[in-house]
Design a binder for this molecule. Structure first.
Ligand SMILES: *Cc1c(COP(=O)(O)O)cnc(C)c1O
Length: 429
């Protein structure tokens, strides 16, 4: 399977090269050269397929013959070691819970899939890759857990000092082995800038740096699975399907749109955002204007320049009229999000968290336009990951799931850094 750079359609690479490089040399994101819809028989019989069988059929064309069938199936089995329930919340409103994995964040799926692909590509080589990632919270834990013990891969995670929750910090600092956490004296943007600098630094070329953010196709593509799992569970409702994704870097929703290109019958997508409204503005006036990010209670979506949006533009031929056929984007304030959390809990007993609540709000808004549909919002993290916000808003105490309990007693290990020079010295040694 070939991928091209969105900055240069003549630059083609294999799946393996795209995974190992992360970004194209011209800094473009990689995009699949061909997208072949799945046969109707696949959708007709989807209820009788296991999640693993569905995932294999969905991802196979994007990997091609670069990973043999047996190994690819093994990678999928290890990736999907937990459930993806579609939980009824209100009439015709479902929460697709993506948080039952090891770190209780949806990013577990992409991180587990990518790490195992890299391990496969490294298996007969002495080559080492260094995965470098900046995190504002959830990515770091999912990447640390997903890559733990993977042969030939060193993982270096940068996080802003004092800006991630205690649980999140423990998830990325307590594992050891091939995982190193660097605590940066600064904010998330400083971490991100250091990572970008390292990728451009010629003196680090021999370190084979790659990214584990959703710009990497091996983290982005497996997110298509969720949309097929939702359809499998809701097909029997026999209604048109709307999916609302709480969006930050727009990787998740971009995977959903690709799933639709494979023939998945999703009638409408909603990209729900917090006040970081670059995309809702684009839908309004056709201008894409990145802005500095604004801090909110759904902080994993505090993104002013969503990195995957160029892929979405590619799929809609960058034509606003094509977008408007099946794509809406709505923005919500923290006040609205808090109110939604309280309303959902008071009316249904369901405990959401701020990101899911933004998704819920987007879905409700679109259902007003399309009342005969059934809707799903993605719940992207377990409420415990945002307990500092959820507990006071709902006035409850959350119980601690076993996945989280297991990291609470462990010691944090991290190296404090202040500058890019310190990062570079660390990577060189
Ligand atoms: C990363 C993240 C998101 C945003 O996902 P994108 O694919 O970047 O749009 C939403 N919610 C949570 C909890 C996240 O960690």
């Amino acid at each position: 399977m070939n991928y091209y750079s969105l900055n240069n359609k003549n630059h083609h690479v294999s799946y393996q090269e795209a995974v190992i490089q992360g970004l194209a040399p011209d800094r473009g994101l990689y995009f699949p050269s061909s997208i072949t819809p799945l046969p109707q028989s696949f959708f007709d019989g989807i209820e009788s397929l296991s999640n693993e069988e569905i995932a294999f059929q969905v991802i196979q064309q994007f990997v091609g013959n670069e990973i043999p069938e047996a190994e690819l199936k093994q990678i999928i089995t290890e990736t999907l070691c937990f459930d993806f329930p579609c939980v009824p919340v209100e009439e015709n409103v479902y929460s697709l819970e993506l948080y039952h994995g090891p770190t209780m964040a949806f990013k577990d799926v992409g991180a587990r899939f990518m790490s195992r692909c890299l391990a496969y590509f490294n298996k007969d080589k002495n080559q080492k890759n260094t995965v470098l990632v900046a995190t504002s919270g959830d990515t770091g834990g999912a990447v640390a857990s997903g890559f733990l013990g993977v042969k030939g891969v060193q993982v270096v995670i940068l996080y802003p000092s004092g800006k991630v929750s205690d649980i999140q910090e423990r998830q990325l600092t307590t594992l050891g082995q091939n995982i190193t956490a660097l605590e940066v004296d600064g904010v998330f943007d400083d971490c991100q800038d250091m990572v970008k600098k390292a990728f451009l630094d010629e003196t680090l070329v021999h370190k084979n740096l790659t990214s584990a953010n959703s710009i990497n196709i091996a983290r982005w593509l497996p997110q298509m699975f969720y949309f097929f799992f939702a359809y499998k569970q809701l097909k029997k409702r026999n209604k048109t399907l709307i999916v609302s994704c709480p969006s930050g870097n727009f990787g998740n929703i971009c995977a959903g749109i690709l799933a639709k290109k494979l023939g998945l019958p999703i009638a409408h997508f909603v990209a729900a955002t917090n006040v970081n409204d670059t995309v809702p503005q684009f839908l309004k006036n056709g201008k894409y204007e990145p802005k500095p990010s604004i801090a909110t209670i759904s902080n994993a979506m505090d993104v002013g320049n969503p990195s995957n949006f160029v892929r979405i533009q590619e799929m809609y031929n960058n034509d606003l009229n094509e977008f408007k056929k099946d794509f809406s984007s709505y923005t919500f304030t923290d006040e609205e999000t808090k109110f939604a959390l309280q309303n959902i809990y008071a009316n249904t007993g369901y405990i959401a968290e701020p990101h899911g609540a933004v998704g819920y709000l987007g879905l409700k808004k679109e259902l007003q336009n399309q009342p005969n549909s059934v809707g799903v919002f993605l719940e992207t993290a377990h409420p415990i990951k945002f307990s500092d916000t959820v507990e006071p808003i709902l006035n409850i105490k959350l119980s601690i799931p076993s996945q989280i309990e297991s990291v609470l007693g462990k010691d944090k290990m991290r190296i404090k850094i202040k500058s890019y020079e310190e990062l570079k010295n660390y990577l060189k040694n």
